[in-house]
Design a protein around this ligand. Structure first.
Ligand SMILES: *Cc1c(COP(=O)(O)O)cnc(C)c1O
Length: 424
């Protein structure tokens, strides 16, 4: 018999709080009934969810294993030591910090470790695929640091490394940051390392989106090249909603001090344990096959949309996501998102490089294959999904009762019944 106090006890929750337990159930229904194409989302395993719903959530463990500010840390120390060892092993990293609460918190710690307020960072611009925490004015990163931005080459729509080099020489940034949330292609880490060495900058890679593909050995790793790599654990990686950092040994002290006590208080030990479970999952042959399939599926999906007149920027993808330019079919990102939503297809509007529309309207959508691949869908299904997206975007309507919404939703239902999320 399982002691329900090891993990979640749904019955106890639902008898006490039918409102919240009802939301847990209806969210599960929502996930199961549609196609989840948000590139930054995934479906973590029941094992990971069990660790998240455990009593480790109660424990205060400020500090690091063996050096805590609180007593009673013997068991959570073991969990964190396992998470650190597995993380280092998975990525071949000299040092790992598994305490960041999220991707943004991990990034905050990198700023704290390497930069003083007012110092310069060179990063990818948000409208070209970067991230809010990469020096935008609405974030601490742009308010407290002097951010200079490179973008994509207007011809190739891929990262403009020449511009990165030119700006690096001109501004002499302390840190050069690469990575972002809408970059479909592989990043040339060797080239960035050379630019960093040329100007004496720290090389920081924000691998939040693609770290799962690195873990599954489906794409090259930034870890051997970078001084520090920050990432989320809930995107392709498929772990709990959280973050982590790996770095060279020479930066270990600075990174650890920046995570705690500079930026965070007590670590969330249930999440640390869930990260340990996830890192163990990622080291399996099944996960490696999964990562390869995620990329294969994204390529076929992008190709299928391209054939129907919805152009992937850069001409396609090497990763789990594609950024699609809707100008050729004359639909805005915001309308496409609403039409797809009405048809049971969940994706997001996204600015494309040099977008003529404002970000709240956008000329593009972003799609990713982590969730559908977790559900077991393969290339054959991706061709169907491309057709469904095309139909919803070009002929559909934001009204779920519209004929096209209903028709597309019918095929979506067939797909998710054959490839269920969280199968019963
Ligand atoms: C998702 C993401 C983050 C932020 O992660 P949160 O866990 O949402 O804070 C940071 N950087 C990049 C590039 C991301 O894609």
């Amino acid at each position: 018999m399982t002691d329900t106090f090891y993990g979640s006890d749904f019955d106890a929750l639902s008898s006490f709080d039918p409102e919240i337990s009802g939301i847990l159930l209806s969210e599960l229904d929502r996930i199961r009934s549609g196609l989840q194409l948000i590139a930054s989302e995934n479906l973590s395993s029941p094992r990971v969810l069990t660790a998240l719903g455990s009593t480790l959530s109660n424990k205060y463990a400020e500090g690091y294993p063996g050096r805590r500010y609180y007593g009673g840390c013997s068991e959570v120390d073991k969990a964190e030591e396992l998470a650190i060892a597995r993380c280092r092993e998975l990525f071949g990293a000299e040092h790992a910090n598994v305490q960041p609460h999220s991707g943004a918190s991990a990034n905050q710690a990198v700023y704290g470790a390497f930069l003083n307020p007012g110092e310069t960072i060179l990063a990818m611009s948000l409208p070209h695929g970067g991230h809010l925490t990469h020096g935008t004015k609405v974030s601490f990163s742009g308010k407290w640091f002097d951010a200079v931005h490179y973008g994509v080459d207007p011809e190739t729509e891929d990262i403009d490394y020449d511009e990165m080099e030119r700006l690096a020489k001109e501004h002499r940034p302390k840190v050069i940051l690469s990575g972002g949330s809408a970059i479909p292609r592989l990043i040339d880490f060797e080239r960035i390392r050379a630019i960093c060495d040329e100007v004496g900058a720290i090389m920081w890679v924000d691998a939040a989106h693609f770290i799962g593909l690195v873990a599954g050995q489906a794409i090259p790793s930034p870890v051997p090249h970078a001084d520090v790599v920050s990432f989320t654990t809930h995107k392709v990686l498929r772990g709990p909603r959280s973050g982590a950092l790996v770095c060279k040994e020479e930066h270990a002290k600075a990174i650890d001090k920046a995570v705690f006590p500079m930026m965070q208080g007590g670590p969330q030990m249930h999440t640390v344990a869930a990260k340990a479970v996830n890192f163990k999952e990622c080291a399996t042959p099944e996960y490696q096959r999964y990562a390869a399939e995620v990329v294969e599926n994204a390529k076929v999906l992008a190709q299928g949309l391209a054939e129907r007149g919805i152009r992937p920027t850069t001409g396609g993808t090497d990763t789990h996501l594609a950024l699609l330019d809707l100008q050729g079919v004359g639909v805005t990102g915001v309308d496409a998102e609403a039409r797809c939503d009405a048809a049971g297809i969940v994706l997001n509007k996204n600015a494309i490089p040099n977008d003529p529309q404002k970000p709240s309207v956008a000329s593009g959508i972003r799609v990713g294959t982590p969730c559908l691949t977790t559900q077991g869908m393969g290339t054959e299904q991706m061709t169907t999904v491309a057709e469904l997206i095309h139909t919803a975007v070009t002929k559909g309507d934001a009204d779920p009762e519209h004929e096209v919404s209903r028709q597309v939703r019918g095929t979506v239902t067939e797909l998710v019944e054959a490839f269920p999320a969280y199968p019963r």
